[in-house]
Design a binder for this molecule. Structure first.
Ligand SMILES: NC(=O)c1ccc[n+]([C@@H]2O[C@H](COP(=O)([O-])OP(=O)(O)OC[C@H]3O[C@@H](n4cnc5c(N)ncnc54)[C@H](O)[C@@H]3O)[C@@H](O)[C@H]2O)c1
Length: 259
């Protein structure tokens, strides 16, 4: 018996085999869930190719969070295929180049606004759009929303405005947890340590994280291994963590807690 038997889960953010969302979708399927994968914009074809390696996910649904029409169409498509949702995985992040690695004075408001729209506000947008389907969850304890986070409580080198986006995401998660709790929908952050994905490689100086993280983490850390992130996602999506909401669960070898 799988931990997610009978669960219907929507997974955003699958781009390549290295995507955190790819590992999560793979583990969800292994635990008995049915999964729908979404893709966005120019990456949609790559998502389609990557998701062929995930058995039984069917056709990828287009869902660019900056396109309101696509969101409506995605909700309609998920309603038709699944009729309800027991889980929603938000693994979406993007910031224009000026927002990362150039300090806090390089980006214009428009650039910061784009980062906010895609990386932070999209969690509220998707939670609201899919709320009617999440309300229909038949899972023990109700539905679960998780968002991929990177410790927003500290200022890390080079992460700059993306750190601000993650701090906002963490706060948003608490407000969504407050509002959606009465619907038995929980909302939690999964704060991962650095993993070598396409998005991570676009952060200038990402190697600095790679070198220092494993030294700071009492449990050690491997930037090529996201299996602990996937396992924790399964736990958060499953009834095992049915009383946990508004929380940040760190999967980073313990680095965030060290002085
Ligand atoms: N890799 C890390 O070190 C790390 C650590 C902690 C948290 N995260 C977070 O994990 C999440 C997934 O990133 P990843 O590292 O797996 O990289 P990734 O490049 O594989 O995934 C990023 C995803 O964001 C999606 N995306 C970008 N713009 C979008 C839009 N307008 N609409 C819909 N989707 C859009 C892309 O299609 C892609 O699938 C991000 O939120 C990232 O901040 C990553």
């Amino acid at each position: 018996m799988g931990l997610l038997d009978g669960h219907r889960i929507l997974v955003t953010g699958v781009l390549t085999d290295d995507s955190l969302a790819f590992g999560i979708a793979e583990r969800c399927l292994a635990e008995g869930a049915e999964v729908i994968v979404t893709g966005a914009g120019r990456g949609l074809r790559l998502t389609t190719r990557t998701s062929r390696k995930l058995h039984h996910v069917g056709e990828v649904i287009a869902l660019d969070v900056t396109n309101p029409l696509e969101i409506d169409m995605a909700v309609a498509a998920v309603t038709e295929r699944f009729g309800r949702l027991d889980g929603l995985v938000h693994a979406i992040g993007f910031a224009p180049e000026a927002c990362l690695g150039k300090g806090m004075f390089a980006a214009s408001f428009e650039e910061v606004a784009t980062a906010l729209q895609v990386s932070t506000h999209s969690l509220a947008l998707l939670s609201g759009a899919f709320r009617p389907l999440l309300q229909r969850s038949t899972a023990i304890g109700g539905a679960s929303i998780i968002a991929l986070d990177f410790d927003g409580s500290r200022a890390y080198p080079m992460y700059d405005w993306m750190g601000v986006m993650k701090a906002g995401l963490e706060s948003l998660g608490r407000y969504l947890a407050r509002e959606l709790g009465p619907d038995h929908i929980r909302v939690n952050m999964l704060a991962a340590g650095p993993v070598r994905t396409l998005a991570a490689k676009s952060i200038p100086g990402f190697e600095q994280f790679e070198d220092t993280w494993s030294e700071n983490a009492p449990l050690g850390w491997d930037v090529r291994d996201s299996s602990a992130v996937s396992d924790t996602a399964v736990a958060l999506l499953s009834p095992l963590l049915r009383s946990t909401t508004g929380s940040i669960v760190f999967v980073d070898g313990g680095a965030h807690a060290m002085g």
